[in-house]
Design a protein around this ligand. Structure first.
Ligand code: AMP
Length: 215
């Protein structure tokens, strides 16, 4: 619902390593049929398609495989991880081991109505993976990619019934992380109702304020 866009903009601005767990699962899903993936990855794709969270163990082994990203020179940006308290606790241990820490945790706040409108209107090109939105970022010819000319598709996890399941999973498993990271003093909440550019400007401002208050 826009966090991926913000993560890309931030990674570009700060030159840091961008690790998106959702992107890893989507890449597995889009890989050609002959590219067999592990039973764990097959389970992850099944959960993602159904709008459910991928089991912690699978997500954590994926992060463990990529733990060296946390030592990248330009820093790191975790997108969509952690999503449960168990993942956050496991991350603490990984951070200690890698001798790094979280400077900030960004929580983008959006009304349910806007979330449904944003996710429900999103369409993707199956070839170049460019993401459009029926209202906010429509292609020149509705339903077709500007660059490839092929028909756009809707991600399974962006269908209305799946969005409702994702929202339930958020309330139950992810919302408690707000208190978890507020308690650590690293949480930054950002209103995300406006355009991606305005939200990005707000994010930079909030990060700047946080940095100034740290020194
Ligand atoms: P995202 O692109 O971050 O919204 O992730 C897409 C989907 O991938 C989510 O709806 C989940 O099914 C799965 N996923 C991504 N990251 C996680 C995570 N940290 N824990 C559990 N499931 C995840």
């Amino acid at each position: 619902m826009g966090k991926g866009t913000q993560a890309e903009l931030l990674a570009e601005r700060f030159g840091c390593c961008h690790l998106s767990t959702g992107d890893v699962f989507r890449a597995a899903k889009m890989s050609p049929a002959e590219c067999q993936f592990s039973p764990a990855m097959a389970e992850a794709v099944k959960c993602m398609n159904a709008g459910q969270l991928v089991p912690d163990q699978i997500v954590l082994s994926l992060i463990a495989e990529r733990a060296k990203c946390l030592r990248c020179r330009g820093g790191f940006l975790l997108d969509g991880f952690p999503r449960t308290v168990a993942q956050a606790e496991a991350l603490e241990k990984i951070l200690v081991k890698q001798r790094v820490k979280l400077d900030a945790v960004l929580s983008y706040e959006l009304s349910l109505e806007t979330i449904v409108a944003r996710l429900g209107g999103r369409r993707t090109c199956p070839i170049c993976k460019r993401v459009y939105h029926n209202e906010a970022k429509p292609p020149k010819q509705l339903g077709f990619c500007d660059d490839c000319g092929v028909e756009l598709f809707q991600r399974d996890d962006d269908r209305l019934e799946t969005i409702c399941i994702r929202m339930e999973a958020y309330e139950e498993s992810t919302a408690p992380l707000v208190a978890f990271y507020r308690h650590q003093g690293v949480l930054i909440s950002i209103a995300a109702e406006n355009t991606p550019e305005q939200t990005f400007a707000r994010t930079l401002e909030a990060l700047n304020m946080q940095r100034t208050s740290m020194f």
